[in-house]
Ligand binder design. Structure first.
Ligand code: SF4
Ligand code: SF4
Length: 66
């Protein structure tokens, strides 16, 4: 088993500013219906750039045991 880090975005706190979408090197984040950002876990490599860039500081990095 290995632990993969991934970004978690609480959608009820997201203001859909799109900053995380722009900084993600894997294009793993999309804005859904213009309302909130969603991470595609299969693309996210856990680099943490989105969490650093989010002006609302709502993105958390969490480990998933796979
Ligand atoms: S942690 Fe990195 S790869 Fe994952 S969504 Fe954020 S910027 Fe993209
Ligand atoms: S940077 Fe933060 S507030 Fe902006 S879209 Fe991404 S998660 Fe939402």
């Amino acid at each position: 088993m290995k632990v993969k880090k991934r970004a978690i975005i609480p959608k009820n706190q997201c203001v859909a500013c799109g900053v995380c979408v722009k900084v993600c090197p894997r294009n793993a984040i999309s804005i859904i219906s213009g309302v909130y950002a969603k991470v595609d876990d299969s693309l996210c490599v856990g680099c943490g750039l989105c969490a650093k860039a989010c002006p609302a500081s709502i993105i958390k990095m969490e480990g998933d045991v796979q």
